[in-house]
Design a protein. Structure first.
Length: 264
């Protein structure tokens, strides 16, 4: 059963968590810039019998009070994950992040690697190509749309999603404010963690959806090539959010990885 809880970070900013499972190692899931923590519900249900599962609702993602845009940063997102770990007295976890969530995993490793047993990086990147122009383009499209709902519908319709996933994507993106999404856009696309990769010493699964047009396979290959203890997986018939596009295939691949590296 999935339960929600509000959490306040050490910097006083609110986030939240969706949790399931009471036994076993901790799995911490982190969503992308256009999603909410609910994007991981299929994983919470699939893994709750053997693991303690926590999907972090990042700051600026509809959890009141809304923070200042200046507090919506990659460091702030890492603070959210640490706040959840501390709230549940979790010393170490496997962090599983999609897109922005992968960036947050790198940021957390940079800040406090002692809290991480393993990582799964999904549809993400160590550095996004032409990051400055891409982020500026997204921001310009948000401002031109005038509302998150209009922007969300236009962006989601370009992804070729089936009707149910289209509705879910629009709803999750539209729950954010324009100011928070603009700050999150800057945080998502402009980091550079390439120099960090060789020092990541825990097992890492790098997964990419077969049809991911936002973070294509070459970006996952760059991550996998840079991390010594990594393995690369292509998720068939999935796009950018592979855990939601193809949950059964994604869960099978994640379970194989966890069984190999994490004792339940």
């Amino acid at each position: 059963m999935i339960e929600t809880r509000d959490v306040v970070g050490h910097d006083g900013v609110a986030c939240a968590v969706r949790g399931a499972g009471t036994n076993g190692p901790a799995l911490v899931f982190v969503h992308g810039v256009g999603s909410t923590a609910a994007i991981w519900d299929a994983q919470l249900r699939a893994f709750e019998d053997a693991y303690r599962c926590f999907a972090v609702e990042l700051r600026g993602n509809g959890v009141p009070p809304e923070p200042s845009p200046s507090q919506i940063t990659r460091a702030g997102y890492a603070c959210d994950v640490l706040a959840v770990l501390d709230a549940y007295a979790i010393d170490r976890c496997t962090i599983i992040g999609c897109s922005l969530g992968g960036v947050v995993a790198f940021e957390l490793w940079q800040r406090d690697p002692s809290r991480i047993d393993a990582m799964a990086i999904v549809g993400s990147f160590a550095r996004y190509p032409n990051a400055r122009s891409y982020a500026d383009g997204v921001a310009a499209a948000v401002r031109a749309a005038g509302s998150m709902e209009i922007f969300a519908r236009a962006r989601a319709e370009k992804l070729g999603l089936p009707p149910e996933r289209l509705r879910e994507t629009v709803e999750q993106m539209a729950c954010k404010s324009v100011s928070s999404y603009l700050a999150a856009t800057e945080a998502t696309w402009t980091g550079d963690y390439r120099d960090l990769l060789p020092g990541i010493s825990v097992p890492v699964l790098v997964a990419c959806g077969e049809h991911d047009a936002i973070a294509p396979l070459a970006l996952s290959e760059e991550i996998a090539a840079g991390i010594p203890a990594s393995e690369l997986a292509l998720i068939a018939d999935a796009g950018h959010v592979a855990n939601a596009d193809a949950p059964v295939r994604f869960n099978e691949r994640l379970q194989t990885f966890l069984a190999r590296h994490i004792r339940s």
